[in-house]
Design a protein around this ligand. Structure first.
Ligand code: M6R
Length: 606
């Protein structure tokens, strides 16, 4: 979950490394650092906090080397202080690392016993001393690196440079992604192609277990035994994906406002509007014969999967198993071969989701991936990729990726229902028409946000906030709570409205806002009863619903009036007010909306 960069350049590389790191800040922003080779020795600058602190440092203490590595950190082992910031180096080697070295304790003891002195709390420092140990045994850098890499366990992407060879950069991948960029007399290494987009559009993706020797003349890729492996260079479209905030104050707000467009775009990929039918790609499985679907994902993508469970079970009448990937991957779930397994991920790099996918693959499932990054590892390891066409999502809080994921999953539910005969052509037309109206509704809802600004002032005073929903609105309640807590740091929980009385109701008093997600569907009246229970205990209710506020039957702190829509599409619509409420509350609280503390956009460690 850190970002790494390496450049073998023809001019000083520090500025280009900073530029590449800026595009990797989504992976972490606890500290940043750069090391370059200068006249046969290594020089380094590091700074705690965001990249701009490192830039300030480089302004007064520049680096002039033409070979360098850089890092933006999301802390795992060791506090986010300058001493623990990468690169880690001595007078022979400098290393940047994304991931976790699982056997670092054991290696640390061994290397300490050999006289190497550890200065940081990081697992990465073991790599530094391990490579140095083999160099000290007289091995050349490439061989020393190969032997050291063979001794590492865990998930990692690494970049290494050496003081006595400014024409050498070593990269290694076991787990987290790593891309090689090809330039004209220059070579690059980056955690993704977007990092390298201003330098090159010719990219080679390393596969798991690969390591690469880069010189200014090109790259050689090897497996761990040292055998050469061939990896094709491809033209990347990453440069066309570079984005800015436009006129918006934050990326998150811009991305919320992009939803009408990206939902329409994504739906357009899976729906024939003229025919009123889904046009789903072949999944390599006969959907008519599918009798169980497994879904796994993390965070917001998981909540999209929970919505899909309700949809698929209701409309296609087959059971759906869903779990967060971090649990699923270790549960030893029994799976009958030939089932359909669906993995949902914006980044396509989430470590737990990837491992859950691999478990399902090993157990004979047909794998479909709903991803936003088509070149991602999850996409590459799936049988079928069902892309969300959301464009790059920069804000750490996922918004447009979520509604795009819902768009694909809604079409998947219809496709399975049609194949199994639980949905006829008329019903399919009805559902497709309902979906086609979503972008217009969302657009209307985004016309005026002044209401949310006022409400956000109220919510910002709370210490705890509860979100309630029933049926398909339950995952939206959970998503609303996640959005609020991750960007405003206010404690929030999403509950199934019917569960309230089994415990959480004890939390209710006049200081606890309760956000009720309740479209007028077949469960509305039951949710109203739960609302009464909250009101009777003095809870401050914010009702998000398409009904008139009088129908609530109790006093409301606020009423967010939603457009009337088909019950099938309400998750797509009700996601928007919970995003806006979280966004405006965070703005009132003055937090870092796009890069909230302790988080990262892409979670490539477990
Ligand atoms: O890239 P992914 O969709 O796999 O990421 C999954 C979660 O890490 C992500 O949704 C996270 O929960 C977001 N910060 C939520 O806004």
């Amino acid at each position: 979950m850190c970002g790494i960069v390496g450049i073998l350049g023809s001019k000083p590389v520090a500025i280009d490394i900073v530029d590449a790191l800026r595009r990797l800040e989504y992976r972490g922003y606890d500290s940043a650092g750069i090391a370059t080779v200068e006249n046969g020795h290594l020089e380094r600058r590091r700074a705690e906090g965001k990249l701009r602190n490192l830039e300030t440092r480089l302004g007064t203490e520049p680096l002039s080397g033409t070979t360098g590595i850089g890092h933006t950190r999301w802390a795992t082992h060791g506090r986010p202080i300058e001493r623990n910031a990468h690169p880690h180096m001595n007078d022979r080697v400098a290393v940047v690392h994304n991931g976790i070295i699982e056997n670092f304790q054991e290696l640390r003891e061994e290397l300490t016993g050999k006289g190497y002195v550890f200065e940081t709390e990081t697992d990465t420092e073991t790599v530094l001393h391990l490579v140095t140990y083999y160099l000290d045994q007289g091995m050349p850098p490439v061989e020393a690196s190969r032997i050291a890499l063979n001794r590492l366990r865990g998930a990692f992407a690494l970049g290494l440079i050496f003081s006595d060879d400014k024409n050498l950069l070593i990269g290694a991948r076991q787990g987290p992604p790593l891309a090689i960029g090809h330039g004209d007399g220059e070579m690059y290494l980056g955690s993704d192609a977007i990092a390298l987009a201003s330098l090159t559009d010719t990219i080679t993706y390393l596969e798991d277990g690969d390591w690469a020797v880069l010189t200014r003349a090109g790259v050689q890729v090897f497996d761990l035994s040292g055998k050469t492996v061939h990896r094709t260079a491809i033209k990347s479209v990453a440069s066309s994906l570079l984005v800015d905030k436009g006129n918006y104050r934050h990326f998150m707000l811009k991305e919320i406002h992009e939803q009408p467009e990206v939902i329409a775009h994504t739906l357009g990929n899976y729906i024939d509007m003229a025919e009123g039918a889904v046009k789903f790609p072949a999944l390599g499985i006969d959907l008519a014969g599918v009798n169980r679907v497994t879904i796994s994902a993390c965070g917001t993508a998981y909540y999209a999967g929970v919505v899909a469970k309700y949809w698929i079970e209701k409309y296609a009448r087959i059971p759906v198993e869903i779990d967060v990937a971090s649990e699923f991957r270790y549960r030893e779930v029994p799976l009958a071969p030939g089932g359909l397994a669906v993995f949902v991920s914006q980044s396509g790099e989430t470590a737990d989701t990837l491992e859950a996918l691999r478990y399902c693959k090993k157990n004979g499932q047909v794998i479909a991936a709903i991803v936003n990054v088509r070149t991602s590892t999850i996409a590459r390891e799936s049988n079928t990729v069902l892309p969300t066409l959301a464009g790059p999502e920069i804000g750490v809080a996922s918004t447009k990726a979520f509604t795009s994921q819902l768009s694909v999953l809604a079409c998947l539910a219809i496709a399975i229902g049609r194949a199994r005969g639980t949905i006829d052509a008329a019903k399919e037309k009805e559902l497709v028409k309902a979906l086609s109206e979503v972008p217009r509704h969302v657009s209307t809802m985004l016309r005026d946000e002044s209401f949310y600004e006022g409400l956000a002032h109220e919510i910002s005073k709370a210490r705890d906030v509860l979100y309630l929903g029933r049926g398909v609105s339950y995952p939206i309640a959970m998503e609303g709570a996640l959005k609020l807590k991750e960007i405003s740091y206010i404690h929030a929980e999403g509950y199934a409205a019917g569960e309230l009385k089994h415990g959480p109701i004890a939390l209710i008093d006049e200081n606890v806002p309760v956000i009720v997600v309740a479209p007028e569907d077949e469960l509305f009246e039951k949710t109203v009863s739960n609302m009464q229970e909250v009101a009777a205990r003095g809870g401050q209710i914010v009702l998000i619903s398409d009904v008139a506020k009088e129908k609530a039957g109790c006093r409301l702190l606020s009423h967010i009036k939603m457009p009337k829509a088909h019950p099938f599409t309400t998750p797509l619509l009700y996601a928007v007010p919970v995003q806006l409420l979280a966004y405006h509350t965070a703005v009132v609280m003055g937090t870092d909306v796009d890069q909230p503390r302790n988080l990262a956009k892409s979670v490539t460690v477990e």
